[in-house]
Design a protein around this ligand. Structure first.
Ligand code: PMV
Length: 332
């Protein structure tokens, strides 16, 4: 096979992962849980290259140096696990703004891992593909699977133990995610560097890690029982504990913009009038992701749009995991 093409959706964490144990293998310090988003993702075409190094393109344009270097570094790392000869050409198409905390790297590395599996006929199952994707970006492991997805993390875990798995949910849970984009500018500090600073300097980091197992277990029970209020409450608490570690790092890491806080207040106000219908989360960036019931979605979108705090609003329902795209098919 000379070329393989794969597509992966982004995912947004409900129970957050923050901090790594073993930097080269990207073993997360904590377990996390996410929702995979439908039609919000990245297609990667992978082929053998005759050049003397790996090549990266976004569309037909050579990728910026930092992206090309990170991709090449990843391909060299995974060469150690599944050896291959020569160099590779990586072509990417995405409908997600890059590096702005919108999970573009999760969908990219998940699609790349699935394309690698296909190109080299490795016959890796979803669990093994998630381990491969995790090496590129911790959260990418979760984009290998669809719906709600757990990812094991922890102090003592080995490469083989830090994998993603699908989490069943109650059929009554009809959920959607609204992505309220406040800024699609590149974030001031990568999540990778921010995690290292946080882990080594924040006095709250240990407390975040210690509380995480309870959130992880609690979120799986809430999904099983169909309790959206419990799930949403855990999501907001996990999110704010994660940001508390960043704010108390040295130097402090502050991704939020004033609009971020205004959107949080908008969600609080919506809950005061409509009950437990929507909950917020954020990642390494100022953008607000709102997990909501599908019944409140039209009104929520109207309210977010009329508040004039955002540049773009995306909506997504739970979507499928990464998959190979046939030559005639295009996902984007
Ligand atoms: O996948 P990474 O290494 O870029 O880390 C992403 C971490 C958060 O998005 C902030 C949280 C998460 O669990 O996705």
């Amino acid at each position: 096979m000379n070329q393989a093409k794969a597509y992966a959706n982004a995912n947004i964490a409900v129970v957050k992962y923050w901090g790594k144990n073993d930097r080269p293998l990207n073993i997360p310090c904590v377990s996390s849980l996410s929702m995979t988003l439908r039609d919000f993702g990245t297609t990667v075409s992978l082929s053998r290259s005759s050049s003397k190094s790996h090549e990266s393109f976004i569309g037909n344009t050579p990728a910026p140096l930092n992206i090309a270097q990170r991709t090449a570094q990843y391909l060299e790392q995974i060469r150690k696990l599944h050896n291959f000869d020569g160099f590779l050409r990586v072509e990417t198409e995405s409908n997600i703004p890059l590096a702005s905390g919108l999970a573009s790297s999760a969908s990219f590395f998940a699609a790349l891992a699935t394309a690698k599996n296909q190109l080299f006929q490795l016959s890796l199952d979803a669990r093994e593909q998630s381990m491969l994707a995790r090496i590129g970006s911790g959260s990418a492991a979760r984009s290998i699977l669809g719906g709600f997805v757990g990812l094991y993390g922890g102090d003592q875990l080995t490469h083989e133990e830090a994998y993603a798995f699908q989490v069943p949910h109650h059929e009554s849970l009809d959920l959607a995610m609204v992505i309220a984009v406040v800024s699609d500018q590149k974030k001031p500090i990568s999540s990778r560097d921010a995690m290292t600073i946080t882990k080594t300097t924040s006095p709250f980091f240990r407390a975040f890690v210690d509380a995480q197992e309870q959130d992880f277990e609690g979120s799986m029970i809430a999904l099983r029982d169909g309790s959206f209020e419990t799930l949403g409450t855990i999501m907001e608490h996990s999110t704010l504990k994660m940001f508390a570690t960043m704010w108390t790092a040295q130097p402090a890491i502050i991704y939020w913009h004033p609009q971020t806080l205004a959107l949080i207040n908008l969600i609080y106000e919506l809950r005061r009038t409509h009950g437990p219908v929507a909950y917020f989360t954020m990642d390494a960036g100022p953008n607000v992701k709102i997990l909501c019931t599908q019944s409140i979605l039209p009104e929520l979108v109207r309210k977010v749009a009329s508040a004039e705090l955002t540049t773009t609003i995306f909506c997504a329902t739970p979507g499928p995991g990464s998959h190979v795209v046939s030559k005639t098919q295009s996902c984007l």
